[in-house]
Design a protein around this ligand. Structure first.
Ligand code: IPT
Length: 988
């Protein structure tokens, strides 16, 4: 909610001051550019080339750091590949891998190599976006916590900042460099920085100038690290920033971020992108580095299920097709798979889930949007003329429904083909428009559909691509109002798969001199009509489930409705395009491998799945996930089989009934608590641009604490008569805090979605002259802010106290103490990373880790909960025994009354996998992947329950939920290796 408002405001402000687009564009047409000494990835004004082949790059954004199970990368990447996409794009989070300045953590779950290897194994190229700044709704926007102590502006050429980022770019750059395509790896492109589009002066006012020196420093550093593949930028709008990269690119989120008002909040799709791109970068391909694939959501937000109502398959139909109308030849969908903000990865405007309402859900299941994307990507991948086509005309057509906008693309190089992209002119139209449309063809202008009384039909929130003079191998399609899913020439026969909406009529004309018998082999023949002339055959269909028409031995035409179209898969057999096969399968087809005469297929199913395999005769046997697949010949000479999914029942533990143990996790408020081992907060200077009024600096990051819960303890000697404690404290959106005077509870600020700071006043009693008092404050740290503007220091916004005072009298300050996670930047748990832990007693001690002997702890369930204000820590163990060969994603679901101020951090086998705030929400279901959950043996779940209620707080429910049951899966998923509990020396 709040984050999108901020972003919108930032965008508007920036757009108002947008840098003037340079009138002179970069000189010279860079045809088949040989850049930076390599000639593997090149480009001209239309598209990229890889190894000399002109390619559409269709990519999905995936963040490796949001998935700490290395074996699951392949699952996601195979799913991206199965879409017909050929690339993934990744961010890398600097703050996570250089938690302590100068010390890089590229080990275990932070190792990038398994991701690169998985991409290669899946057959995908990788686009790497390492920052230094990434945004991405991540803590600090990728900037490291220690960075708040580095004086001056960030994201420009400030020398302090340069010294901070150079080691990181050098370190990550070398990892990227060795994975480049020029070295046999999958990396084809890199992006320095992120949306380097709007800039600030130190005082926070807008600076109209970008920092060209910084851009040069970054490009030099990339090159110094050995990066030779082309660089590109992602301007936040087409504003002509960062033009010194090899290929200019921009971002676009056309549907906006208004999940509350699905579809009715959509703006009309823009039609100026191609010309704007051309004004800025006429000699490079039209590249959209981030294109809306869903939405973020924030504390107190709507939930991602609600966002999906806004940003589902309709959005892909309307807006993605509109980017094709702009001749977009590199398109990256942000996000394709969002993943999880485990271990305090989120910025304050987000919660644990980064599902993003993406095509692949957080629990790795596929949404309908996925299948819609697959239809479109497959079409583009078999339509090479699209890559040299540009919009030549945009016109409006008045129909008997609403107005239609038609963009005509013309293949400037082949000079034959046209693509017409049709959409409702007003996206808010809710009528199904019926009309006839004029198209240009090699046979002259034709008004289609031609036969009978048929009309073209364009429902609301749909968009269609009409083709003319389209070669499907040897078959010349004169035009088609049905959309092409794919085509292949298989054993000399051209198979063409066309699709439309159920019940509408579609027309496809083929240029041919042969007089074919229109032989309807499947579906009702009454739904097919045709007209043959001496030069063409025009076929008209009423779209049903599946109609198959044979035209002699030359052509096999499938006409299917959208839902059936979803089931078609076009795998790269043996990761090559050498063996043309098209396969109708169910939920997911992952891979196809041909050896001997057997085509081995792998994938996932739910329910009974009908297979249809269209393959060369050389394929004589089929296997599905290693088992044989019985097939029989169809009347149109393809192979058909049926597969009944086996999803064994499994015993799920009942978390409401397991044996829970607990301890108090707030010993700090007991009379004789000794905090001598804590860090003394005695700095009197902060490099932070926001200077506090406190006698010593009480900013957590100044002492190395950047995540989870933070505890402050102020030791005072009363002057006598102190009756009020006032403070200004900041923690980020949705934060809260509780405060005690010795063991006396003073109160809590329960927080709500928006406030990131609070001014509080608490009544003090019994401050007798000379008496000792400790003010203990437990506060939530919601993550570091992002710094979206270049030069901005927003991420330095403090977590802690910027002001405090006493009423009645002023006591003598002895000292302040602070703690967050044990060790701060010199954190203990190298395997799970510096951000995973917070500052609660039980977590400092490592009690969230598996293997602790908690037999001496008392028994109590989190459903009983805490009796007053305070924090308790709960542990339980349970077993899982999930068989191989299935994918059973799970989540920990918790519930409590929506008015109850209760904060819970969930640890599964030591990994922080959820942060729940009862009174703010919205997240109640926390997906935990296999590999974090041990699917074959013991698991430890630990919860911190922080009650900000006078009368205590408890969970109403806690369940381990089986979210879906699929047969198949990616194969062996090893548990992420991380240490068990060990006594922590010096832990307090
Ligand atoms: C764009 C960012 O580049 C990306 O990191 C992410 O934050 C995304 O937004 C929203 O999820 S910024 C653009 C929306 C102004």
């Amino acid at each position: 909610m709040i984050y999108s408002t901020v972003l919108k405001a930032a965008l508007l402000a920036a757009a108002a001051q947008a840098a003037v687009i340079p009138s002179s564009s970069p000189s010279g047409l860079r045809v088949r550019q040989i850049g930076n000494g390599q000639d593997v990835v090149t480009w001209d004004k239309y598209s990229f080339y890889v190894d000399g082949e002109r390619v559409m790059i269709y990519s999905g954004e995936v963040h490796p750091f949001r998935n700490p199970v290395q074996d699951l990368h392949l699952d996601i990447l195979q799913k991206v590949k199965a879409l017909g996409f050929n690339a993934v794009s990744v961010y890398i989070h600097w703050g996570l891998v250089e938690y302590e300045r100068g010390k890089f953590n590229w080990d275990g779950v932070f190792d990038l190599q398994p991701f690169f290897d998985a991409a290669k194994a899946a057959g995908l190229w990788v686009i790497v976006r390492p920052g230094p700044y990434i945004n991405g709704e991540s803590t600090g926007g990728g900037l490291p916590g220690w960075g708040v102590r580095v004086e001056g502006q960030w994201r420009n050429s400030n020398a302090n900042y340069t010294a901070a980022w150079e080691p990181y770019i050098s370190s990550v750059g070398k990892i990227i460099a060795k994975n480049q395509i020029t070295k046999g790896g999958p990396v084809i492109l890199t992006q320095p920085e992120n949306e380097y589009s709007a800039f600030m002066y130190p005082d926070g006012s807008l600076n109209p100038d970008e920092d060209l020196l910084y851009e040069k420093q970054l490009l030099d550093a990339f090159a110094d690290a050995g990066i030779e593949v082309p660089t590109f930028c992602n301007d936040a709008w087409i504003g002509g920033h960062f033009l010194s990269v090899d290929v200019y690119g921009y971002d676009n989120y056309p549907a906006g971020f208004d999940c509350l008002n699905p579809i009715t909040s959509w703006p009309d799709p823009p039609d100026y992108f191609y010309s704007s791109h051309n004004d800025v970068a006429p000699n490079t391909p039209n590249l959209i580095a981030e294109f809306q694939g869903g939405s973020f959501d924030s504390w107190g937000g709507t939930t991602f299920e609600q966002c999906y109502k806004d940003l589902g398959p309709e959005m892909v139909r309307v807006y993605n097709k509109n980017t094709y109308a702009s001749a977009t030849h590199l398109l990256n969908i942000y996000m394709m798979y969002g993943g999880t903000n485990w271990g305090h990865l989120s910025h304050p405007g987000g919660y644990s889930s980064y599902d993003y309402a993406a095509a692949i859900a957080e629990d790795r299941t596929l949404r309908e949007k996925y299948y819609e994307l697959k239809l479109q990507a497959n079409f583009l991948m078999v339509s090479p003329a699209y890559l040299t086509s540009v919009p030549v005309d945009v016109r409006n057509l008045a129909t008997n429904g609403s107005n239609i906008t038609i963009t005509e693309l013309w293949d400037e190089v082949g000079k034959n083909q046209r693509f017409y992209i049709l959409r409702q002119t007003k996206v808010q139209e809710f009528t199904n428009s019926k009309f006839k449309v004029d198209v240009q063809t090699s046979a002259g202008q034709i008004t289609v559909p031609q036969l009978g009384n048929a009309v073209y039909s364009l429902p609301a929130q749909d968009s269609k691509i009409l083709i003319t003079d389209y070669p499907a191998g040897p078959v010349d399609i004169l035009y088609s109002t049905l959309e092409v899913l794919t085509w292949k020439v298989i054993d000399g026969k051209t198979v063409i798969i066309l699709y439309g909406n159920t019940g509408e009529s579609g027309e496809t004309a083929i240029l041919t001199k042969t007089s074919y018998k229109v032989d309807v082999r499947s579906g009702k023949s009454s739904t097919v009509s045709s007209k043959q002339t001496s030069t063409s055959l025009t076929l008209q269909f009423v779209v049903g489930e599946q109609t198959v028409v044979a035209l002699g031995d030359d052509i096999l035409l499938y006409v299917v409705d959208r839902v059936n179209a979803y089931n078609f898969w076009v795998p790269d057999v043996n990761l090559k395009k050498d063996l043309p096969v098209i396969i109708k399968a169910g939920y997911l087809l992952r891979t196809a491998t041909f050896s001997g005469n057997t085509l081995a297929l792998t994938g996932d199913t739910n329910g009974t799945t009908v297979f249809e395999v269209i393959a060369p005769k050389s394929v004589q046997a089929y296997t599905w996930n290693g088992g044989s697949l019985d097939v029989s010949l169809t009347r149109w000479e393809t192979q058909e089989g049926r597969y009944r999914t086996k999803t064994p029942r499994v015993d799920m533990p009942d978390l409401a009934r397991v044996k829970w143990k607990y301890i108090n996790s707030l010993p700090e408020i007991s009379g004789n608590y000794d905090d001598s081992k804590w860090v003394t907060a005695d700095n009197t200077y902060t490099p932070n641009p926001t200077k506090p009024t406190t006698p010593v600096i009480l900013y957590a990051s100044d002492y190395g604490f950047h995540s989870g819960n933070i505890l402050w303890r102020g030791h005072f000697t009363a002057s006598g008569g102190e009756n009020l404690f006032n403070l200004t404290i900041q923690g980020g959106n949705a934060f809260g805090y509780s405060i005690w005077d010795n063991d006396k509870y003073l109160g809590s600020f329960a927080g709500s979605a928006v406030p990131s700071a609070d001014n509080g006043s608490y009544v003090l009693t019994e401050w007798i002259k000379g008496s000792s008092h400790v003010i203990t404050i437990l506060q939530d740290h919601m993550g570091l802010e992002q710094s979206w503007f270049g030069g901005q220091e927003n991420f330095k916004l403090s977590r802690g106290l910027s002001d405090y005072s006493f009423g009645g009298a002023t006591p003598i300050l002895k000292h302040w103490k602070v703690t967050g996670n044990l060790g701060g930047e010199k954190f203990v748990d190298w395997a799970r990373g510096g951000l995973n832990e917070g500052g609660l007693f039980a977590v400092r001690k490592g009690y969230h880790l598996p293997g602790l002997d908690d037999s001496l702890w008392a028994s109590k369930s989190p459903l009983k909960g805490v009796t007053g204000p305070g924090v308790e820590f709960y542990r339980a163990t349970f077993d899982l025994n999930i068989p191989d060969g299935v994918d059973y994603p799970m989540s920990v679901d918790i519930g409590s009354s929506a008015t109850l101020a209760l904060r819970v951090e969930i640890y599964v086998n030591g990994w922080q996998f959820g942060k729940y705030i009862g009174n703010i929400g919205p997240q109640k279901s926390f997906p935990v992947p296999q590999g974090i959950l041990n699917y074959k043996g013991e698991n430890t779940i630990a919860l911190s329950l922080w009650s900000l209620e006078d009368n205590g707080a408890a969970l109403e429910s806690i369940d381990l939920v089986l979210r879906s049951q699929l047969e198949g899966g990616v194969g062996t998923v090893k548990n992420s290796v991380a240490p068990d509990f060990e006594e922590r020396p010096g832990a307090y």
